[in-house]
Design a protein around this ligand. Structure first.
Ligand code: CA2
Length: 151
């Protein structure tokens, strides 16, 4: 059994299409590519990662509930639910560890509605506009905040 802290990396609706549509906004990498980079980074940092994607709000809420027992930190790209979901915000507010919100695009340069995030009200920190590197930086932040950084 691993004694490494567990970090959940959660992805919201339509992110399963990453790399397959709209590469001008979201880049050419697929979600499987992002997962592989995150897995390598987590291992280097001494973290155990569990990577999830769901197109269903309730499923994301239930995954966050599981994180209460199983994870020390959460990295989340809630995708469109960022801007709509009080339910995901409330679930995150019930989680005690660090929460890093990640967006591939700079949501503040886009349509006005993307500038508001319910999830930010529960997040420790927010990273946006740096593409998939944002996930890697979020894992760095998690390791730092948990005080578990390797090396
Ligand atoms: O920039 C981000 O990471 C977003 O969370 C992505 C969401 C969007 O609703 C947020 O405002 C910002 C959209 C995810 C959909 O991803 C797709 C990827 C490729 C093709 C189609 C959708």
């Amino acid at each position: 059994m691993s004694t490494h802290p567990v970090v959940y990396v959660l992805n919201g609706p339509n992110l399963n299409l990453l790399g397959k549509r709209q590469p001008d906004i979201y880049g050419h990498e697929t979600l499987a590519d992002v997962e592989a980079s995150c897995a390598a980074k987590a291992q280097a940092l001494g973290l155990t990662m569990a990577f999830h994607q769901s197109n269903h709000e309730g499923e994301i809420v239930e995954t966050i509930h599981r994180a209460r027992d199983e994870a020390a930190a959460i990295v989340i790209n809630p995708a469109a639910y960022t801007h709509t979901s009080v339910a995901i915000m409330d679930a995150l507010l019930a989680f005690e560890g660090p929460i890093i919100e990640v967006h591939l695009s700079n949501v503040h340069r886009r349509e006005e509605f993307r500038s508001h995030s319910w999830v930010s009200k529960a997040a420790t920190g927010v990273i946006c506009g740096l593409g998939s590197r944002g996930y890697i930086l979020a894992l760095d932040a998690v390791a730092d905040l948990l005080g578990t950084e390797a090396g």
